[in-house]
Design a protein around this ligand. Structure first.
Ligand code: FES
Length: 115
């Protein structure tokens, strides 16, 4: 069964930035959203390299210094922002788990979570 969750207003995420969210109230971020222009890409905050490792070294630091890739701080894996595919690092060829995200006409971002 799936459920829709409202995350934030679309402009709460600055362009070419990322933000973590805790939509199921675990006490830590379990997903993150990257904004590029007016496109949004959401993924589970779990690196495919090792266990259930969270990607950022601190809150919302999901991108590399140039803002061109998603980066895992643990061992430096780089992921394509639009596809979630790992392009460099120890899990090259594996992918982040995408989360369906949509910006509704009311200006809010919504995700769909599976149970
Ligand atoms: S846990 Fe992410 S690169 Fe190793």
């Amino acid at each position: 069964m799936s459920k829709r969750v409202r995350l934030c207003r679309e402009d709460d995420i600055p362009d070419f930035c990322a933000q973590g969210f805790d939509p199921e109230r675990h006490g830590f971020d379990t997903i993150f959203v990257v904004r590029q222009d007016r496109d949004y890409f959401a993924y589970a905050d779990v690196c495919p390299h090792y266990g259930d490792t969270s990607l950022p070294w601190k809150k919302d630091e999901y991108l590399d210094a140039a803002g061109d890739n998603i980066v895992c701080a643990a061992h430096g894996a780089l992921f394509n922002i639009r596809s979630g595919l790992c392009t460099s690092g120890p899990c090259k060829g594996e992918s982040l788990r995408p989360i369906p995200v949509i910006c509704e006409a009311d200006g809010y971002l919504w995700i769909t979570l599976e149970d």
